[in-house]
Ligand binder design. Structure first.
Ligand code: 5AD
Ligand code: SF4
Length: 437
């Protein structure tokens, strides 16, 4: 059993962990009482995520007491934080394996050793090794697959722990990426999500003169593949050349996740983001000029150290001006070891919460308005599965990544249909099937 916290990158790492376990002869289970191995793949982007993991680690103790043969492991970003592995080892002596993001490929050896000897195994490289290709993966069944194109991040935004736990940027070779996607298409996947902390800097560390725009063109040429998505993009590296190639690659969906983080230029500077409010607005304008129906989503942090009322109003202002299709909003959480955690002028918790609520309210109304704008339009929808609440309702996504619910039977799954949008909700729209494409 594997439990995953955090982002798509972690979700995809869990697919590799599952592949490795399967290769060793294990079968997946969702019931902890049936499990021979329980792995927690953790996140440390905000403090809350870490607290939850500690809670969960604590209650696994009982499981181990009932089944001493059980192998318990904790891995992922949180383990990679300085001194964390020791802390876990001391506070949670029932854990058998503690391994970092750079050590995933060593899982089979770690399990074999743990079976022979019951003392805890700790394997945390503090530096990234070479990319290990050809690891087995147990991907979520379905029609869309995650494909890593690069690992790590070089940006060192001052609030962010990611470069400290995921290492420097390393791009996979084009041939490895293309071969992987070709295999996925052979297996029936029709959509890929290209993953990286900052996909726009793909290729900068390779010597064969390829960049993200070049990679997209090659992926776009893969026969049988229907949709391409990617995340995450850094506004600073979103070049004109890239915008042109987005407009020219027919399979690349018109949805761009472009985290702005804050609206105030002064705060952006202290965050080390490398662009101003005006530059971000220009970028959005350019994208919308070349891709008129582009859907743009973002990430925003509220309460970064030194954020004044006026700074926060800049964030509210940019939300109004851009009219994002959606935004993930976060309260700033100091991460030990990052520069922002030591900055004076930390914003008091009550003020952070109040600003967060205002921001959420504004964005929710914009998101809903965006859904209302889809009413009576015809959308191309790729159906992905049954809706969570009703097995007679199928869900799919538009190219712009809007969630669509339609009464239909399961035969639509994996197919493209034109859908007439008849109803708008806060987080999705509903409609009726027109015809298969
Ligand atoms: N506090 C709050 N939010 C954060 N993020 C990254 N670090 C922090 C932090 N210390 C947010 C950013 C990023 C998203 C994945 O998480 O908005 O884009
Ligand atoms: Fe963190 Fe910034 Fe890198 Fe994104 S670009 S992972 S926010 S350091």
């Amino acid at each position: 059993m594997i439990e995953t916290w955090g982002c798509q990158m972690n979700a995809h790492d869990s697919e590799v962990l599952a592949g490795l376990l399967e290769q060793m002869g294990y079968l997946a289970t969702e019931n902890e009482n049936d499990a021979d191995v329980v792995l927690l793949n953790t996140c440390c982007i905000r403090e809350k995520a870490e607290n939850k993991v500690f809670g969960r680690l604590g209650n696994l103790k009982k499981l181990k007491a009932n089944n001493p043969e059980l192998i318990l492991g904790v891995c992922g970003c949180m383990v990679q934080r300085p001194e964390m592995a020791d802390k876990i080892k001391k506070r949670m002596p029932h854990m058998d394996l503690i391994f970092g993001t750079h050590n995933i490929h060593q899982l089979p050896d770690l399990i074999t050793e743990a079976k022979q000897n019951s003392t805890a195994r700790v394997k945390v490289w503090d530096r990234e090794g070479k990319i290990v290709e050809d690891l087995p993966m147990r991907r979520a069944a379905g029609i869309k697959a995650f494909v890593n194109i690069m690992y790590g991040c070089n940006n060192f935004c001052t609030y962010c722990i990611v470069p400290h736990v995921r290492g420097r940027e390393r791009s996979r070779h084009v041939a490895d990426i293309i071969t992987e996607i070709e295999h996925l298409v052979q297996q029936g996947y029709v959509e890929v999500m290209l993953l990286g902390q900052n996909v726009n800097s793909y290729g900068k560390d390779l010597d064969n003169n390829i960049d993200f725009a070049g990679l997209l063109k090659k992926v776009n040429d893969i026969l049988g593949l229907q949709r391409i998505r990617f995340m995450t993009s850094h506004p600073r590296d979103f070049t004109d050349k890239l915008i042109d190639s987005l407009a020219n690659c027919g399979k690349v969906c018109e949805h761009y996740h472009l985290p702005i983080q804050a609206g105030s230029t002064a705060i952006l500077k202290r965050m080390n983001r490398g662009y101003t409010k005006g530059e971000y607005l220009d970028l959005v304008k350019q994208i919308r000029q070349k891709v008129p129906n582009a859907s743009i989503t973002t990430d925003i942090i509220v309460g970064f150290p030194g954020e004044t009322d006026a700074d926060f109003e800049d964030t509210m202002d940019i939300l109004q001006r851009v009219q994002f299709d959606g935004a993930y909003t976060f309260i700033y959480s100091p991460r030990p070891g990052t520069p922002a955690a030591d900055m004076a002028e930390q914003v008091p918790p009550d003020q952070k919460k109040e600003r967060f609520q205002r921001l959420l309210k504004l964005q929710n109304s914009i998101t809903e308005e965006k859904h209302l704008q889809l009413l009576r339009s015809t959308q191309e929808v790729l159906f992905e599965g049954t809706s969570k609440n009703d097995e007679h309702i199928m869900s799919g996504r538009t190219r712009s990544n809007k969630l669509v619910h339609v009464p239909a039977d399961k035969s639509v799954i994996g197919k493209f249909y034109l859908v007439n949008i008849t109803k708008a909700q806060m987080f999705s729209v509903s409609g009726e099937l027109l015809e298969e494409i």
